[in-house]
Write a protein that binds this ligand. Sequence first.
Ligand code: PGU
Length: 407
Amino acid sequence: MARINQNYDKLAAGYLFPEIARRTNAFLGSNQGAEVLRLGIGDTTEPIVPAVLKGLHNGVDSLGVAETYSGYGPSEGVTPLREALAREYGALGLSLSADEFFVSDGAKSDSANIQSIFSQDCVVAVQDPAYPVYVDSNVIYGRTGDATDSGYDGLVYMPCTEENGFFPPLPDGKVDLIYLCSPNNPTGAVATKDQLKSFVDYALEHKAIIFFDSAYSAFITDPELPRSIYEVEGADKCSIEFNSFSKTAGFTGVRLAWTIVPKACEAEDGSAGKLHSLWTRRQNTFFNGASNVVQAGGLAALSSDGKAQTAQQVSFYLENARIINEGLQSLGITTYGGGNAPYVWMKAPGGLTSWGFFDKLLNECHVVGTPGSGFGPAGEGFFRLSAFGHRENVERAVASIKSKLAI
Ligand code: PGU
């Protein structure tokens, strides 16, 4: 008898972003002719920069010539790209070798798939609120109990609140796998080196592993803030890092990312190198590598022209965040994030719930955002606005909020 994975039935709601799309479409269905301004999902909108586009074109062209044609590549990614990534970290003063980089098609899939190399009974801790993939994928893998009003049983929630500056205190007892995201989705908070050090020290002491999602590291403008967890001494022994070309190079649809599993990284019951070899084995078996065309684009994104041009795009999105922040603050709304992150995290005015504010913003201003409660229980009463829109749309959304939001 083919039985289903019953863990799927534990999931408390549909995946957040399709749910938002569904509600937006329902609104459009009953408001014929209305136009909505979308600051919901964090999806890039600006065209790919010329240097990267050229790399993608070269990748395509090389497939049309027998001498340069390539088929299956290494599932860990092509060597020049892995070397280029290692050089990027080298520029931060970090010595990671190219074979510690695993190129993939997304930080989303990697941050979910990484669990497969850890034992089923690991206790998982997540920042609350967090990118929903961390929680949902752990539910699906069977590492939690049922959903309750305060989250899933068996999962350790680390609340990120206004009071703690949206960085959590250390877990009370012993946990095994810890998800940290900085710059944070959804709060836009960036962890300091000292804050990361507290978690690295905890992980080393308790033989825990940190999954560090740095998908938005390119948005950090403050030179004092760490871009990689490996900037903390000892982090290579206890941390796996994810990053992505999605938000930096506009690759949300193109798909390219990387995961770093240092050889020094050690699980409780395995020697150094074991996690690296397990992830190699996992990827070799389940994944045939990112597209060769796309990897050529990624390599171009790491060229000096590519870096200069993509950096301008990142600044453009940060300016959008500034415009959103300024507009909301002029209405007396409390906002966080935006300075070193592409998300603005705002307090729903008038004590509204997150979904209550979602409906209000959609109905009164025709603006779509993301309810904070969709990222976890501690997100209730908050709301996320994405800065990834076209400038004109961001300006129109802000103008609409300023003139129509009844608060
Ligand atoms: N990690 C974090 C923290 C993210 O916020 C996102 C995208 C990803 C990884 C995905 O990276 P890829 O390399 O593109 O796979 N978050 C967006 C999109 C929603 C989604 O479902 O991925 C967001 O709006 O939160």
